[in-house]
Structure formats: C-alpha cells, structure tokens
Design a protein around this ligand. Structure first.
Ligand code: SF4
Ligand code: SF4
Length: 335
C-alpha cells in the first residue's frame, strides 16, 4: 500500500482546487448530525475523536426519495422518460470505518438479483477518504463485527493522524490511486511507522452461534420483551448506514402523467408488511423487531457471509425506547 504524508494546508488546497462543476465534496457537518456539502472556501471537519454523525451518509448513495422514471399518456400512447442523473463526482471526506464499510455491504444487496444502476452510478462516481477513528462509547461495537479503528473497508484513500497538522495518507484502491495521481501529485512519500494501537475492546461476538440461535428461536421471550418497549418509530433504520428497505409508489400529477418513485421504508413500521387484503404477517412490534435482528444477523449472514451491521451504534444512541442492539446480539452470542 502506497503511503504519503499530507498536511492540513494540502487538504484545504485540495478542497479549493477541485473543479466545482465536476465535484461535490461531502464531510461531517459541524453540528454532528449528518454529512453535508463542503464549499471550496470551507474548512471541513476532520476529527478522529468526534463521535459518528447522528445520521450516516447513506442518503447520498441511496436517497430518501428518488424518481425511477416519469410516465405520460397521450391518446392511447404511454411514454416513459428517465430522470436526469447528476454526473458530478462525489468526494467524501473523513468517513469513519463504520461508515465507509457500509458501501460494500450495501453493494452486495443492490447487486444481488437486480443491479441498482442508481446506487451503482453513485458509488462508481465517488471517492471515499476514510479517517482513522479514536472515538468509542458504550454504543460502539465495530470491533465485534470485524472492523476496527483503522479498517479501510469501503475507503479508496485512508487518513491516519500523524501529528497535530499531518496525516498519513494510505492509497487503498485503484480509484484512490488515480485520484492521488491527479489531484495530489506532489505529496511526500511516508516511510516511517504510524501508530496503529487498538484501544476499542468490544466483547467477542460469534456470528455463527448468533445466526444459529436466531434461526432456532423464532419464538422467544427476548422478542416479546423488546417488542413491548419498541415504539416502531424506525429511527434505528433511518440513521443506520446499512438498512436499505424501500417502497416503490406511483405519484400522479393528473390522470395522464406522473412518476414512479422509490422511498425509504422500514421493517419497524406497522404497514411495512401489510398486504392489500388487510392481512399483516408482522402484526406486532415483537415480530417487527425480531425481523430487524434476524435480517441483520441471520438472513444477511446466510446470504452474503457477513452481518448487515458495522457496529456504529447509531441506532442505540438515538433509540427513544433505549433499545441497545449490541446488548441484544451479545446476550445471544454469549448464551
Ligand atoms: S429506534 Fe428504538 S423504538 Fe424506534 S423502532 Fe427502532 S428499536 Fe423501536
Ligand atoms: S444496526 Fe445499528 S449499530 Fe448496526 S450499522 Fe445499523 S445503526 Fe449501526
């Protein structure tokens, strides 16, 4: 892996020099709530010690609402028009390992039985600059799901703080390599040793055991106990970098035209599985919460060989009912 030293001035220069008609730049927002666009004159937040933003950057790759096509009827003819797709590239700055890793996880599901060209175009048009993480609280469990503070999964380029004003820049992917060659050609090669000490010591987590327990315990009091307090708000799904449920609806402008749109949805909503007949196979919060955990730690693992979770802890930090997904899966894994 090629490594260079980059200082904060060089990062500021990079931001001001990227052509604004070709590139959007995204970084953690100042209020800590989400990611936001950075202007060429802005000083982006690159802070290893900051907590993960309350909302992940998922919406920039999988928007809350997106038009799939427009339709129009004239006489007996129906015509379809594709939406214009923004061709600008996206540079994401300072993505924590628990954010960056969500993209390859989401890519598996968006390229499984159907290739989602919208998602794929956005990912292909992006460059992710990951940032080593020095934050940890009781909701974090990234090291339990195979990540760590220096994990480069999903990053094209990775920054590790070296001192107050300098980072070690590691080139992770071919896309990252091309980006560095084009926009950062004068960096000094790094030949020293960077500090890679792990300090987040999460509890061990046994995927296989957890998966098998969930499969064998479709009826268990743990689901009833959690369903009793879960209010079905779906905050957990909307802040999560890996949740990806959506609904497709037609929105008419009048009787002869409209658009088909894809909107975020969540398995925690009561109507998510409600059939047109009125029957609802998940007619209680107990069943809906069981689905959330089963999808992440049983069905997804069975299908793709990894869990649908980066251990970012967002769902737990924001849950109004105090439900801690890490605590639930650890209690299962440690039985
Ligand atoms: S955020 Fe908490 S209360 Fe809301 S749906 Fe998720 S688990 Fe239930
Ligand atoms: S389930 Fe919770 S901890 Fe896991 S990735 Fe989603 S928000 Fe993060």
């Amino acid at each position: 892996m090629k490594e260079f030293i980059i200082n904060t001035d060089e990062i500021a220069n990079l931001i001001s020099s990227l052509p604004a008609d070709k590139w959007d730049i995204l970084a953690p927002a100042k209020d800590g709530k989400s990611f936001d666009y950075v202007l060429s004159s802005d000083k982006p937040i690159i802070n290893s010690e900051a907590p993960p933003s309350k909302i992940s950057f998922k919406e920039y790759f999988f928007p809350k609402s997106e038009t799939l096509f427009y339709y129009k009827r004239e006489a007996n003819e129906i015509s379809l028009t594709e939406p214009k797709f923004a061709e600008k590239k996206l540079l994401v700055l300072a993505a924590k390992p628990c954010d960056a890793a969500s993209l390859p996880i989401l890519s598996k599901v968006f390229n499984w039985d159907y290739k989602d060209e919208f998602f794929n175009k956005r990912v292909n048009n992006s460059v992710i600059i990951g940032l080593s993480c020095a934050y940890s609280d009781e909701s974090c469990f990234c090291t339990s799901v195979g990540l760590d503070r220096n994990n480069t999964k999903g990053s094209d380029i990775f920054l590790t703080p070296f001192n107050d004003k300098q980072y070690v820049l590691s080139v992770v992917s071919d896309k990252g390599d091309s980006f560095v060659k084009e926009f950062l050609p004068n960096l000094t090669e790094f030949t020293g040793t960077k500090e890679t000490k792990e300090f987040i010591d999460n509890k061990p987590f046994d995927y296989k055991k957890t998966k098998d327990w969930i499969a064998a315990n479709f009826e268990n009091k743990i689901w009833a106990e959690t369903g009793e307090v879960c209010i079905g708000c779906a905050q957990c799904a909307f802040v999560c970098p890996t949740c990806h449920c959506f609904d497709i609806v037609d929105e008419n402008c009048d009787l002869n035209c409209g658009r088909r749109i894809k909107n975020w949805d969540a398995c925690q909503f009561g109507v998510f599985t409600k059939h047109a007949s009125g029957h609802n196979p998940r007619n209680s919060q107990e069943k809906r919460y069981r689905q959330r955990v089963s999808h992440k730690f049983d069905y997804y693992y069975e299908k793709f060989g990894e869990v649908l979770c980066t251990g970012c802890g967002r769902c737990t930090r924001g849950c109004p009912a105090g439900i801690d997904i890490g605590e639930i899966v650890f209690s299962i894994s440690n039985q």
